[in-house]
Design a protein around this ligand. Structure first.
Ligand code: IPD
Ligand code: CA
Ligand code: CA
Length: 260
């Protein structure tokens, strides 16, 4: 199958959402808080971003399903479902940090085949499909590849926050990995997974993810030659405890340490 047309459409969705989201960034916008165990903000930027994406999908592909964080699930009549997180990293967004991103995935029969990660304030857009993965930085497009042959002790890793490893078992898994790697960075949300695809980070991981937190990242990481897994047996495309690495060997070494 030629994924070019659908990939171009997915990128156009991300571009359209920029105009809806950016007016709320660094504007001290109104913050609502979702009922959640953590402080979980949502803004009109999140909602407006998802609304324009859904509208464009419904006009062009009315039989496709949609699963978006802010407006929920619309069942489709085809094997295709768009999985959307209009602002991943809303906590960074409301703090004025440009490390949030818009995540757009296309699932075909339950498998993510196209992914887009867009950070429009920086001008950094990543996308992937079964043919590879690319970075469009301010208009310059280059293929991305993960860094290979990195041993666990030399690896640079990233995760959003240590407190997201809630259970004793997950906290132990996280601490085991933190001690085994060279460097652990925090606060990156989906951006960590994108820079892993581009070969600047070796491991990216997060606990308790939803499909819309990870779906867009899988085609980008796999298209860049990286590996996607879970330390607790969940299917990555369905969310859960996700760990990604620049190579299959590094992923296996990391999971072995986490589960030891
Ligand atoms: C959050 C990010 C974060 C993950 C959290 C999510 P949001 O999404 O994906 O990396 O660790 O579990 O809630 O709320 O900023 O879209
Ligand atoms: Ca998210
Ligand atoms: Ca979100």
């Amino acid at each position: 199958m030629d994924w070019t047309e659908l990939t171009n459409f997915a990128v156009s969705l991300a571009r359209a959402s920029e105009a809806e989201i950016l007016p709320y960034f660094r504007r001290n916008t109104t913050i609502e808080v979702k009922p959640h165990v953590d402080w979980d903000p949502v803004t009109e930027g999140d909602r407006a971003g998802e609304r324009i994406i859904r509208k464009m999908i419904e006009e062009r592909f009315p039989d496709h399903g949609i699963n978006g964080e802010e407006y929920g699930i619309k069942k489709g009549k085809s094997g295709f479902t768009w999985v959307l997180d209009p602002i991943d990293g809303t906590r960074s967004f409301v703090c004025g940090m440009p490390t949030w991103a818009t995540l757009i995935a296309l699932y075909a029969e339950g498998k993510p085949v196209i992914g887009v990660v867009n950070q429009p304030f920086v001008g950094d857009l990543f996308y992937g499909n079964p043919g590879g993965a690319w970075n469009n930085y301010c208009g310059t497009i280059e293929p991305v590849r993960t860094r290979k042959d990195v041993k666990l002790a030399d690896a640079a890793a990233g995760t959003t926050a240590p407190e997201l490893y809630r259970s004793e078992r997950d906290q132990r898994a996280f601490q085991n990995l933190r001690k085994a790697v060279k460097l652990m960075r925090y606060g990156g949300d989906a951006y960590f997974f994108s820079v892993l695809a581009a070969g600047h980070l070796d491991i990216a991981m997060d606990a308790g993810l939803q499909p819309y937190d990870i779906g867009a990242l899988i085609p980008i990481i796999e298209g860049a030659g990286g590996a996607v897994g879970s330390w607790s047996g969940s299917l990555p495309a369905e969310g859960g405890n996700i760990i990604c690495a620049g190579s299959q060997a590094l992923l296996e070494a990391a999971i072995a340490v986490m589960t030891s």
